[in-house]
Design a protein around this ligand. Structure first.
Ligand SMILES: Nc1nc2c(ncn2[C@@H]2O[C@H](COP(=O)(O)OP(=O)(O)OP(=O)(O)O)[C@@H](O)[C@H]2O)c(=O)[nH]1
Ligand SMILES: [Mg+2]
Length: 407
């Protein structure tokens, strides 16, 4: 879990004056007693670092610091050590409670000058409910009572929103799975739902990524796959198919050839494959009368319409044997209240960015609602999930853990 090199972790620095609850905040986010907390100002001396896996974004390093307003010769040394952490901070959390004066303002200006994104935490709102005079107009602080866990999810959401883009970038679609010269077979059904005269975005982008990797590809419809494979002198590196054709393609592809789907590659690049794989276990737990949210990330769904509205609901009913209802939500917003749903099904997300998908994954997890994307749900419904995820053993392990209830 802490294997990622520190340099690649998002460094989140916690700064502010003494006694505002910086260490309490760190302990809350870490879910354990990492930093000493006490009512006496000046408790934290040296910076405290805590590496952690921030699901679903990736590895982060929290840095708790001494109050920057510390006085006396020792206090000034502590403050100087805290200031040295400015250089290592990718995302600054400025914690304030009852006051915002030139001290907080200078701190704020310092990070603005450095181009470091800032999250404002108004802590101890139970004691100081109103925003202090002088707090920058227009800035929106996260209101927290860190000692009782209030505001944790809001802060998590804010971290995902404000993290610099480099930390949100995902693995490429397929390039990292290939070596120069490899051959990838792409299977794209051309049926009534295929757009006229062109191919859909995930296929085009996968094709481009294969070429960028200095690899070759062979593209076929599913009915010619067997023939295409038998013409090859060597088996291909892998077969990538439109998820809707999983079943036929799996039957035509020799078991030793890795097989996956465009939407699984997309789930990895535009979301979080392990989180979605984990969500697939939620399909198996559906019960009669449950409601499933079908979340489309845009309102333009000529191709996926039928998958989300008809095919997947039917496959899920058939696979589970349960009488489940489905509700569509299209557009950029998730319904505010997810608690009515037993499962969220997310579209392929070809028209959206990773941050948006991750924030939905986070919202679903916070509400305790499993979330799975179309491609993984399709593979699951056809008993092909182990095969479709063979290239991604960690994601399959996440599914297994969730299914057996050890997650
Ligand atoms: N009422 C209330 N008390 C809080 C809250 N958060 C922290 N505290 C208390 O505030 C005191 C200071 O908390 P710390 O987390 O040690 O504060 P700090 O900013 O790390 O302080 P230094 O290390 O001295 O700079 C402790 O007694 C905490 O229990 C809160 O949201 N509400
Ligand atoms: Mg402290």
């Amino acid at each position: 879990m802490t294997a990622a090199p520190r340099g690649m972790r998002l460094h989140i620095g916690i700064f502010g004056r003494r006694n505002v609850g910086k260490s309490t905040l760190l302990n809350l986010m870490a879910g354990q007693e990492v930093s000493i907390v006490s009512p006496a100002p000046g408790t934290t001396a040296d910076p405290v670092e805590k590496p952690m896996e921030f699901i679903p974004m990736g590895p982060v390093l929290w840095i708790d610091t001494a109050g920057l307003d510390d006085v006396g010769s020792l206090g000034e040394k502590r403050a100087a050590a805290a200031k040295r952490m400015f250089d290592r901070t990718d995302l600054a959390v400025i914690v304030f409670a009852g006051s915002w004066d030139s001290f907080e303002q200078d701190l704020n200006d310092e990070f603005v000058r450095r181009g470091v994104p800032i999250i404002y935490v108004h802590n101890q709102v139970d004691l100081h409910p109103g925003l202090p005079a002088g707090f920058p107009a227009g800035a929106e602080p996260v209101a927290m009572s860190a000692d009782r866990g209030v505001g944790k999810e809001e802060l998590r959401r804010e971290i995902l929103l404000r993290a610099p883009a480099d930390f949100i970038e995902a693995p490429p679609l397929i390039r990292d799975l290939l070596a120069p010269g490899d051959l990838v077979v792409m299977v794209t059904p051309i049926d009534a739902e295929a757009p006229r005269g062109r191919m859909i975005l995930p296929q085009m982008q996968t094709l481009r990524d294969i070429l960028d990797a200095d690899c070759r590809t062979l593209i076929t419809r599913e009915n010619r796959l067997r023939e295409a494979l038998s013409d090859l002198v060597r088996p291909p590196k892998m077969v990538v198919t439109d998820s809707q054709a999983f079943k036929r393609v799996a039957a035509a592809t020799p078991p030793e050839v890795p097989l996956t789907g465009f939407s699984i590659l997309y789930a990895r690049a535009r979301g979080d494959l392990a989180a979605f794989a984990e969500g697939a276990a939620g399909i198996g737990r559906l019960r009669d009368g449950d409601k499933v949210l079908v979340a489309e990330s845009c309102t333009h769904h000529s191709i996926e319409d039928d998958i989300g509205r008809n095919k997947l609901p039917n496959w899920i009913r058939r696979k589970t044997g349960k009488d489940v209802s489905f509700e569509i939500s299209a557009g950029h917003d998730f319904p505010k209240n997810l608690s009515a749903y037993a499962l969220a099904l997310h579209c392929g997300a070809c028209m959206t960015n990773r941050r948006a998908v991750l924030s939905r994954i986070m919202a679903a997890r916070a509400a305790g609602v499993p979330i799975v994307n179309y491609g993984i749900a399709i593979a699951y419904c056809h008993d092909l999930l182990d095969r479709a995820l063979r290239l991604f053993p960690e994601a399959y392990a996440a599914f297994e853990r969730a299914r057996s209830g050890t997650g």
